[in-house]
Design a protein around this ligand. Structure first.
Ligand SMILES: [Fe+2]
Length: 194
């Protein structure tokens, strides 16, 4: 049985600032993803059964490669552009034999990055679709959008409206994808919708 926290410790020194950031963020996303999975299971017209063990593990590991990127604000002094943390994480987890978790790393950025986005924006990524496909991948990418890694805001959960507004900056299709996820995984169904 794999322990995600042990794996994080292989790459981040406990007690370091970046370790605290990665672990805190991972736990937040993991907890939020499990809530979202519960919503998906209860509220969908057709019963769905997300793999909760996988969701918890993969959510803990989705940003594992952050340290390889150049993001001093978050205590990361690697050589790669930040947007590469997804594909780098995939490589890293594949080397550990965690193929399914590896795909979550690659596919969790924003609501997913399309080959077309990579081409048209000249992103420093291989040109292929990196979009959540499975229910579990969608749930983790969804949960991730609620949390920043900026230490100032790391404990704050963003509001869905604000996330939608932010996603819209990357294109109306991105905002729409998040809106659809929020319908499937969001908490709003429990209360009267405004
Ligand atoms: Fe994240």
């Amino acid at each position: 049985m794999m322990n995600p926290s042990d794996l994080i410790k292989e790459y981040y020194r406990p007690g370091s600032r970046v370790y605290e950031i990665v672990l805190t963020h991972a736990r937040k996303v993991s907890r939020r993803a499990l809530e979202a999975a519960q919503q998906a299971a209860c509220l969908n017209p057709d019963p769905v059964f997300p793999d909760l063990v996988f969701i918890e593990e993969a959510a803990m590991l989705h940003d594992i490669a952050m340290f390889m990127t150049d993001m001093p604000k978050l205590g990361c002094y690697g050589m790669h552009p930040y947007i590469c943390h997804g594909i780098l994480g995939r490589r890293l987890l594949e080397e550990k034999g965690l193929k399914r978790h590896a795909l979550v790393c690659e596919r969790h950025i924003g609501t997913g990055i399309r080959a077309e986005d990579i081409r048209s924006q000249g992103l420093p990524l291989p040109v292929r679709d990196m979009v959540p496909l499975s229910l579990e991948e969608e749930i983790i990418a969804y949960a991730d959008k609620f949390f920043s890694k900026d230490p100032k805001y790391i404990f704050r959960e963003h509001r869905a409206e604000d996330i939608i507004r932010k996603m819209a900056q990357y294109g109306p299709d991105k905002a729409e994808t998040f809106r659809l996820w929020h319908k499937k995984f969001g908490k709003q169904q429990n209360t009267a919708e405004k």
